[in-house]
Write a protein that binds this ligand. Sequence first.
Ligand SMILES: Cc1ncc(COP(=O)(O)O)c(C=O)c1O
Length: 470
Amino acid sequence: MGDSWVNVAERIGSDLHLELTGPGGRRAALIRALREAVRSGRLAPGMRLPPYRSLAADLGVARNTVADAYAELVAEGWLTARQGSGTRVAERAQPLRPAARVPKKAPARERGPRHDLRQGTPDASAFPRTAWLTSYRRALQQAPHEVFGPGDPAGRRELREALTEYLARARGVRTAPDRIVVCSGFAHALRLLFGGGVLRGPLAVEAYGLGFHREVLAAAGVRTVPLPLDQDGAQVGRLGRERAVLLTPAHQFPTGGPLHPARRAAVTDWARARGGLVLEDDYDGEFRYDRKPVGAVQGLGPEQVIYIGSVSKSLSPAVRLGWMVLPERYVGAVLEAKGEREAWASVLDQLSLADFLTSGAYDRHVRRMRQRYRGRRDRLVAALAEYAPHIEATGIAAGLHAVLRLPPGTEASAVKAAAWQGIALDGLAAFRHPETRMAEGDGLVVGYATPSEHAYGPALEALCGVLPPP
Ligand SMILES: Cc1ncc(COP(=O)(O)O)c(C=O)c1O
């Protein structure tokens, strides 16, 4: 028997097809098809079926065939037939679904905290939508056809050229387009370098840092060795037999100070003498408030440093674009780790970022955000001076977060009290390398970029309310 399809959408208001197939003649096939349509929910309870004359015409079957099929399904309880209201799907004819697939209740959407003072994200309400759209449109209009084919794993040349100029000007990075490999952010760079077999551990890391990055490294089988910190930053003089060291020299994460100039020189000397490597995480290098920008360590030793940056703080972590500036000897291996074609960083976004950089929109955005974040930082400091003058904020000259130093033994209860008040933030302990013996003391890491402008004042007020007394 050939397939016979009919679209009965006009009559029952949904896009339903009946397929008359299988053994037993057309009547049996129609009964099966209608039963299945009810069972699966395509024909909902209460839905009116087409008069059997028109369904018969659509299906190319005899009217009696449809009339008999309807009658049988009425007898089985699938359909109801009432004078004046036609034939309908019975109200009790619920479609059967495997219980496991039916959630009892839609899962409630997770409610975020009332006040989000976690470090990590820029103000999402300040994404430069119009300027980004302008760059995206221009990039799309000017893109040659080959852009829509497989992408170069190194990244678009337009972006690498724009980054070469920008990083030299703004961050003191010495490079060339052929030394840059585009990636989807810092974490991706770590995965490529260590998971992709370019580098091996053990890797020295700062005793306080982002746990997520330690997890990425552990997943790649890399042992991390904590390097203690003091007021001058990571104690690079203690580097031992590690092959490489991961640092946040412009703004130690999370404590907030810059790496002392003598240590910047010392760590590049160490790398030169030992054939070692510095991984420089320049995650928020653009945001400096009270002092001159601290340039990249990479400028001191382009062959000793892998410089890694991304737009996650300057624009948005949703864009997922980052870059590695590599010593020449690593370029081939990193490209090999990336594979034959670009598989992570959208080529269209790369072109948009290239335009965003060369048109000056990136500088304008960073300037605007610098002003905004400085204003927020000042408000935090002023609120502390007024409501909690015994609490010092450190690491405030740069970045998007500060550390509030607390009296000894009060961090855990302050974090708990904050949670009770709907304030999301972390204590310093959350960033501590599990194997370090050094302790930074008690503190709260307060991200002041995340709340939108209108939410920041209430967030500060709530924060001051949970700080421990003198
Ligand atoms: C210390 C640190 N490094 C790097 C990054 C950037 O990570 P990614 O580029 O993977 O978003 C962040 C977060 O934005 C960070 O906090």
